[in-house]
Design a protein around this ligand. Structure first.
Ligand SMILES: [Zn+2]
Ligand SMILES: [Zn+2]
Length: 332
């Protein structure tokens, strides 16, 4: 009995002093309860009980957290049980608490463990495929590589210390999708991450208090869909694929007929298909995307319904005049 009493005394004297972020909640024979906190999200409550033959047996360990996933806690518990076996016959509590603290420090990605598991299981073609999602705990980032046909996207995704309050950040973005697609992909990823962590810009909608949401899985989902679906996307007018199967054959001249444009709704069009569609009637109600019926909007063609109609009428009139002139000459 004296052994346990001595250890409890050591724990209450030393744990908060020697382990950063440690708070002793309870330190009695029936239960030792300690909170270890690095950030709000990276917080674990450790509950320990002495087995009948302590210290010849290992401590009974239970880990709790409001933010870390159950699966992670389950795995961490079994790692802890392995660790304390090294201290059989000796005091186990302080070495165990130190071990948990260093686990939290050395595994910053533990705060998005569940998101990573879902992404690995559902989003990417990791088994047998070429896709990759690797964890780099040292730099608190993930290495993501996604492939579809000849197209690829590679990027580091940095998870900040105060995640999920701060959004994930894409770094060293590398892809062979054309420029227009790269800009869209990076812009959308940033916007998705921003919406997870910042209240809506529209104040009316933000009456309730805004709570930041984890952004990693949402960004991974978008990137996965982007790479897998874009090479097969079709022009909404002529229904031909917008991207060539070989990325080297992409039309880079922005004025070329086969150049691809993305309009506001996100659908793709060949430049010449879109121009023809925009310039021919009917104009009533504005031009809508043939697939999703959203109004077509693009910086390049800020043409109102009225102007388009006037232009069309003007062109028709010119054609009539020309025809009249031609007929006039023919009659001569
Ligand atoms: Zn087309
Ligand atoms: Zn559309």
């Amino acid at each position: 009995m004296g052994l346990i009493a001595d250890e409890l005394q050591d724990v209450s004297k030393l744990c908060e002093r020697t382990i950063p972020g440690c708070r002793l909640v309870s330190c009695v024979q029936s239960l030792v309860r300690v909170e270890i906190r690095r950030t709000v999200t990276k917080t674990v409550v450790v509950c320990l009980q002495f087995p009948p033959n302590y210290p010849s047996e290992i401590l009974l360990i239970e880990l709790k957290s409001k933010t870390l996933s159950d699966l992670l806690l389950e795995k961490l518990t079994s790692v802890c049980e392995q660790e304390v076996k090294k201290y059989l016959g000796k005091p186990q509590i302080l070495p165990l608490l130190k071990f948990i603290r260093s686990f939290i420090d050395e595994n910053p990605l533990s705060c998005c463990y569940e998101e990573i598991s879902i992404a690995k299981e559902k989003l990417l073609d990791l088994q047998g495929g070429r896709d990759e999602l690797r964890l780099k705990q040292k730099s608190s980032s993930l290495v993501l590589k996604i492939y579809q046909g000849e197209y690829y996207l590679k990027t580091f995704i940095y998870v900040p210390e105060d995640y999920p309050a701060k959004p994930v950040v894409l770094q060293d973005f590398d892809t062979n999708f054309p420029q227009l697609f790269q800009r869209f992909c990076i812009g959308q990823s940033k916007e998705i991450a921003r919406r997870c962590t910042e209240p809506p810009l529209n104040k009316k909608k933000s009456c309730e208090q805004f709570v930041p949401k984890p952004s990693l899985l949402q960004v991974l989902t978008f990137l996965g869909q982007f790479v897998k679906q874009t090479p097969n996307e079709k022009c909404q007018i002529c229904k031909a694929a917008c991207l060539p199967s070989n990325p080297e054959d992409v039309e880079t001249n922005e004025d070329a007929d086969e150049h691809v444009e993305r309009v506001y709704c996100g659908h793709l069009f060949h430049q010449h298909c879109l121009l023809t569609y925009m310039k021919t009637p009917p104009f009533q109600g504005g031009k809508k995307c043939p697939s999703c019926a959203q109004k077509i909007y693009h910086d390049k063609w800020r043409v109102t319904e009225k102007i388009a109609e006037d232009r069309w009428a003007h062109q028709q009139a010119r054609e009539r005049e020309l025809k009249e002139v031609t007929e006039f000459f023919n009659d001569l």
